[in-house]
Ligand binder design. Structure first.
Ligand code: HSX
Ligand code: HSX
Length: 208
């Protein structure tokens, strides 16, 4: 299932800044971090809570809820690492796994180089981090790695800033129980499988 963030003027203004080719690295990082924060908060909205009662300073009882379950961030390197801080800003001691996948820019085929994940990842909710979902190939390969480690599809939330309709369709058909949370769905892919209008290569713009 796909969840697109509410298209508020604020979100569109943030996206406009990071799409602008004249935006310099410092601003790109600052404003993309604000969008990442919104994505993480929306991701957390999908996690279960259970009833929890507290006493307020006025001596009254408040019947509330608290988070239940353990989570883990998994970033698809390199670009996905740019989303780790936003996750840490919301979840202070969160565990983070890494999967290094690179897309061959000639063929657009992803290649898996490395992965390192917490041992108990199968017991956790996984927030999969990659800012761009173009063909869906890279993230799909990451999902395969997670499934081999015993993570159920319905426990994976894939967070990204910009997706193509093709990338969205890829997940909807291949992993119907996986939740995709994205800030924006763009027009499509160009002949080199880059997202258009897009924002260029996120990793290059963030890391240099
Ligand atoms: C970029 O290419 C992004 O950060 C993703 O890792 C990947 C998206 O391309 P695709 O595999 O969805 O086509 O480096
Ligand atoms: C390299 O950079 C690879 O072929 C990937 O497509 C890309 C990965 O870098 P990043 O965008 O994940 O930082 O050309």
């Amino acid at each position: 299932t796909v969840h697109v963030l509410p298209q508020t003027p604020q979100l569109i203004a943030l996206l406009t800044i990071i799409r602008d080719k004249n935006t310099q690295r410092g601003d790109f990082i600052f404003y993309s971090n604000r969008i990442i924060r919104l994505l993480v908060e929306e991701g957390l909205n999908h996690l279960p809570v259970k009833e929890h009662e507290v006493t307020t300073p006025l001596g009254r009882t408040y019947a509330g809820v608290r988070f239940e379950g353990k989570i883990c961030g998994v970033s698809i390197m390199r670009a996905g690492e740019s989303m780790e801080q936003g996750l840490r800003d919301c979840c202070r001691s969160v565990r983070i796994g890494k999967i290094l996948i690179q897309r061959d820019e000639e063929t657009a085929q992803p290649k898996l180089f490395y992965h390192k994940l917490p041992n108990d990842i199968a017991d956790r909710w996984v927030l999969l981090l990659d800012p761009m979902n173009a063909t869906g190939g890279s993230a799909s390969m990451a999902v395969q790695v997670l499934k081999e480690k015993g993570v159920a599809e319905e426990r994976i939330l894939f967070l990204n800033l910009i997706a193509s309709p093709e990338g969205i369709e890829h997940f909807a058909s291949k992993y119907p129980k996986l939740r995709v949370i994205t800030a924006f769905i763009d027009e499509g892919l160009d002949e080199k499988n880059y997202i258009v209008p897009g924002l260029g290569d996120f990793g290059d713009r963030h890391f240099g």
